[in-house]
Write a new protein. Structure first.
Length: 84
């Protein structure tokens, strides 16, 4: 898959995780939307892990501890919503 295809696949997966059991739950698209910061943090952490898996190359975060915490939150949300 191309990088663009990988990013699209990740976004579709992450949006499903975000919505959980509520398919009508909106995806925050602006800093003014409820949950935007949480969505964006999880998206960025998750995308790094997704691309690492897809490319086999290490993605080096600027703040490893912060990214690890966010990735854990994404995985916990995924498990709670039946995607883990």
């Amino acid at each position: 898959m191309s990088v663009i295809d990988e990013v699209r696949a990740f976004k579709a997966w992450y949006d499903d995780v975000w919505r959980g059991d509520d398919p009508d739950k909106p995806i925050p698209e602006s800093p003014l939307d409820d949950g935007y910061a949480e969505y964006l943090e999880g998206y960025n952490a998750g995308l790094g892990a997704w691309m690492e898996r897809a490319t086999g190359k290490k993605v080096v975060p600027s703040t490893v501890k912060s990214v690890a915490r966010m990735a854990t939150a994404v995985l916990e949300r995924a498990k709670r919503n039946g995607h883990g």
